[in-house]
Design a protein around this ligand. Structure first.
Ligand code: FEO
Ligand code: CA
Ligand code: CA
Ligand code: CA
Length: 601
């Protein structure tokens, strides 16, 4: 059983589920239900979901699509909570009937714009360790979409690089896009990373910046440029619009009228997310991955110090911490000879993929340390600056999370099938497999165990894969024949015992099993023992895990179920599982990305 005998949330690992199965599978003795689904109304029961009659106006008042980051912020007594989820992208071809007229197509584009962003919803329950219900019309309920006004903070706010005809001061922007993972700060706000923003824009596609960020002169898949000219950055006056996406955003779920903020001090790249911890001297430190093959690992260290306590004054101060500070990028150095890193995953003679590293400064306390780059340029064209600084090319950093008690930092590299390909970098000790289809997890120990340190030690904790078919796996030394197969780790959570939980994205195409959620103890004889807790339906990824073992509850965001289907031929009926196409009592016979709760029966 997972966990110590008698421990809360003990479970027998589930058998891996074939990827074709359209089912949500939990261990024996557990039950599950959706808390909230795409289209559920936030403000009034009158805004009921009907995919055959969807409008942008309704979608702005309903839970958005493709939830990824998730937190359940519980009230002190455990009977109320605030659910915060972000909404990364849309799958139009399975969301609505095919548009017949140009007017219908444009309305579907506006619905998609409204289905992006974030959702904040209040929950209640009458018993602990039991499922929650969301409250329609609760005072903190909020939708943030790809049209909601945001404020820019930090050194690049107001910069000429951010100005457009719509915002000649470069200080505000409409909307947030591609929100992937995130983190809840010690002061109770929620951070979310704008990841694949490039796909939303058509640009000239010729500048070094455009090329480095994958911005191109081609029609976008979603075609939003047809309903809003700013998505075509060739439009005079909108050339800088793509510079206004790719940031870490901060939202205060306790203040539904506060404008959400985009923090330029944390740089612009394909931000997976950000997780904040307070360093030894009180500085706020945010760890961040750039989720692209051969891109980098970053961290931000605030100039000001965190003020403990939840008073209004402390909170107001802490909400400024991410506006000014230092931005670093990671350089890893292996301690084994390069010839020993063969690309097969075979351990080098010292028995570990490990070594030391440094945090190379790009900006220190608001001043650029990159030759030839102003501070504003570093923060807007962060990838170009980090190229100059000589950072280590990683295998797609997704979540990067500091452990709540040990202080060690876990870097999840989801995969990189290009490593070792002709013309690409080969295996190096921190990314030791060529054609890395399964991904790996790196454990970092900061110097002096201070998150604000400028050097660190590291070792590889897991080389993922299915040990039954892959000889290059490694589970911190735990016997490979006693673990659940795992591939493409993406999101991380920790439980109150200090165990890590990993959610995966992409396992079906690699090991043939559905994506899921896995527990991985980090201490003692079970260190590295991967145990599968749940599996998500067809074509879905597992996101946003929240593990509350003391309360015996687990929460996940189920993203893009049935995403390869069509309106006429759906591939998933999760979570309502009613007759295809039917709609009764708000239950629909088609796929709905949803936040799911799992509890002990
Ligand atoms: Fe949206 Fe990096 O996964
Ligand atoms: Ca080594
Ligand atoms: Ca992700
Ligand atoms: Ca991913």
């Amino acid at each position: 059983a997972g966990g110590r005998p008698g421990a809360r949330l003990a479970f027998t690992p589930i058998a891996p589920v074939p990827a074709s199965a359209d089912s949500f599978v939990v261990p024996d003795g557990y039950r599950w239900s959706p808390i909230i689904r795409w289209g559920d109304p936030l403000f009034s029961a009158r805004d009921a979901f009907d995919p055959n009659a969807q409008t942008a106006q309704l979608q702005e008042r309903q839970f958005g699509y493709n939830n990824d980051y998730l937190d359940i912020i519980e009230g002190p007594l455990g009977y109320s909570a605030i659910l915060v989820a972000n909404q990364e992208y849309t799958n139009e071809s399975i969301m609505f009937p095919p548009a017949v007229t140009p007017e219908q197509l444009d309305e579907q584009r506006r619905i998609a714009i409204a289905a992006h962003g974030m959702s904040i919803v209040q929950l209640y329950r009458t018993r602990k360790r039991r499922p929650w219900k969301y409250v329609v019309g609760a005072p903190l309920n909020r939708r943030i979409t790809a049209s909601t006004p945001f404020t820019f903070s930090g050194p690049a706010a107001g910069s000429a690089l951010l100005r457009t005809v719509e915002d000649p001061t470069g200080t505000t922007v409409r909307g947030t896009l591609g929100n992937c993972a995130g983190g809840t700060t010690p002061w109770g706000t929620v951070l979310s990373g704008e990841e694949n923003f490039n796909g939303y824009f058509r640009t000239a596609g010729t500048s070094a910046s455009d090329l480095r960020y994958g911005l191109a002169d081609r029609a976008t898949a979603r075609g939003w440029e047809a309903v809003d000219p700013r998505f075509d950055a060739r439009t005079p006056g909108y050339e800088n619009e793509p510079h206004r996406f790719g940031y870490i955003v901060e939202v205060d779920p306790l203040d539904p009228y506060s404008p959400p903020v985009k923090h330029t001090a944390l740089g612009r790249f394909k931000h997976e997310g950000a997780n904040v911890v307070i360093g030894r001297t009180g500085r706020a430190v945010a760890y961040m991955g750039d989720d692209e093959r051969f891109d980098y690992l970053y961290k931000f260290v605030s100039t000001d110090s965190y003020r403990p306590g939840s008073s209004k004054r402390s909170r107001r101060h802490n909400k400024t911490l991410l506006t000014a500070g230092s931005l670093y990028v990671a350089r890893f150095t292996g301690d084994s000879a390069a010839a020993e890193i063969t690309g097969t995953g075979a351990l080098p003679s010292d028995g570990a993929f490990d070594g030391t590293g440094e945090w190379i400064p790009l900006v220190i306390d608001g001043v650029s340390h990159v030759p030839g780059f102003s501070t504003e340029q570093v923060l807007v064209d962060t990838r170009l600056a980090a190229d100059v600084a000589g950072a280590t090319k990683m295998d797609r950093c997704e979540d990067v999370e500091p452990h709540p008690t040990s202080g060690r930092v876990y870097v999840v590299c989801t995969n990189n099938t290009d490593r070792g390909k002709a013309g690409k970098e080969g295996a190096v000790e921190p990314n030791p497999r060529t054609n890395n289809r399964d991904g790996h997890v790196i454990e970092i120990t900061e110097a002096g165990n201070d998150a604000a340190a400028t050097s660190f030690g590291w070792s590889i904790l897991l080389l993922c894969g299915d040990p039954a078919t892959n000889t290059s796996t490694y589970f911190a030394g735990f016997p490979a024949d006693q673990v659940s197969p795992i591939s493409c780790p993406d999101n991380v959570a920790f439980d109150s015992t200090g165990a890590m939980w990993l959610a995966t994205d992409g396992a079906p195409g690699v090991i043939g099993y559905g994506d899921g959620l896995f527990k991985v103890p980090l201490e003692g004889p079970e260190r590295g023992r991967v145990q599968q807790f749940l599996s998500v339906p067809a074509e879905a990824e597992t996101c946003g895990p929240v593990v509350r073992d003391a309360d015996e509850m687990v929460y996940v965001a189920v993203q893009h179920p049935g995403e390869n289907g069509t309106w006429a031929q759906q591939h998933s009926y999760f979570p309502d599982y009613v007759a295809p196409g039917s709609l009764t009592d708000g239950r629909w016979g088609g796929p709905r990305p949803s936040v799911v709760q799992v509890w002990k029966a």
